[in-house]
Design a protein around this ligand. Structure first.
Ligand SMILES: Cc1ncc(COP(=O)(O)O)c(C=O)c1O
Length: 291
């Protein structure tokens, strides 16, 4: 089991980023997290697309092509030699003056972290987890838009601190209008009368790669899908809830604070989607480094 860090193309066990890097000074960076399956990165093209969209949104020019990313990611995964890897891609604004103005930064830094992929305890998937509806609001779309995946996650860190204090595994946040959005590093889904409900992108959320796969699977398999706006009272009416993300995949949620969801057990729609999602992963194989 090894950790390897690819820093601008050089693979090391550790890496040091300058104290003058604006990623460190101001959270001025973008990132992606990719999991491997059979040691191949899942949905890599989708992650690289989103990385570029995030970079465009903060006027950051990424110096590598997608092919360069793929070569370097593949090389680093191989050097690490883990059974399965967690891959974190970070592009920072680079070194500059201690000044909020990014124009003194001329060379973005690219870091690829490859570490052993840690799996969550099996009981999280068998029994579901508890999350907390926290007081911290998701960033407004008019401020740091949650649709951009930047290195500035302090708002979500604060939400997670609040959730952990109450013994929950993740924090569900509302937007400023009081509608449900998403968790700190995952999207949020509900099941009502067998239909799949999830906050729309307009609520101010990250367009999760896993979320997109789930919506496609639901559509292809006869599960009615509704993307919309829901107040927290909706949680009393739903039968099932779950969260999704590249690392946690589909994780059932059976309790939100003191409220049991449905019968407090993993429901049939969640189970069906977990099964469908794992067959997508099984088939990812050789396509993972193709365009
Ligand atoms: C705020 C937020 N929402 C949702 C997700 C899930 O996105 P994905 O499925 O692309 O991993 C993440 C992932 O880190 C996230 O940070």
């Amino acid at each position: 089991m090894a950790i390897k860090i690819n820093f601008n193309g050089c693979i090391e066990e550790t890496a040091s980023v300058s104290a003058f890097d604006h990623g460190f000074l101001f959270g001025d960076s973008v990132y992606e997290v990719v999991a491997t399956h059979n040691n191949l990165p899942c949905f890599l093209n989708e992650h690289l697309n989103r990385l570029r969209q995030s970079a465009n949104a903060i006027a950051l020019k990424i110096p590598w092509t997608d092919d360069q990313f793929k070569t370097e990611i593949s090389r680093t995964i191989q050097e690490a030699g883990n059974p399965e890897s967690y891959v974190r891609i970070i592009v920072t604004r680079g070194e500059g003056e201690i000044d909020i103005d990014p124009s003194s930064c001329h060379k973005p830094n690219i870091l690829l972290y490859v570490t052993p992929l840690k799996s969550f305890p099996e009981e999280y998937y068998q029994d579901g987890v508890g999350i907390s509806l926290v007081s911290i609001k998701r960033n407004s779309k008019d401020a740091l838009n949650p649709g951009i995946k930047t290195g500035n996650y302090l708002n979500n860190v604060l939400a997670q601190i609040e959730a952990i204090k109450s013994g929950a595994k993740d924090a569900l946040m509302l937007n400023n209008d009081g509608y449900l959005t998403e968790c700190t590093t995952s999207n949020f889904f509900m099941v009502r009368n067998g239909a799949l409900l999830t906050p729309s992108l307009g609520c101010g959320i990250l367009s999760g790669i896993t979320r997109e796969v789930i919506l496609k699977l639901a559509n292809e398999n006869g599960i009615l899908v509704e993307e919309g706006k829901w107040l927290p009272e909706e949680l009393d009416r739903v039968e099932e809830t779950f969260i999704s993300g590249s690392i946690k995949k589909i994780m059932p949620v059976c309790r939100i604070d003191n409220r049991l969801i449905g019968e407090g057990k993993v429901g049939p729609v969640t189970k069906k989607l977990i099964k469908l999602y794992s067959s997508v992963l099984e088939n990812i194989g050789a396509t993972s480094f193709q365009n």
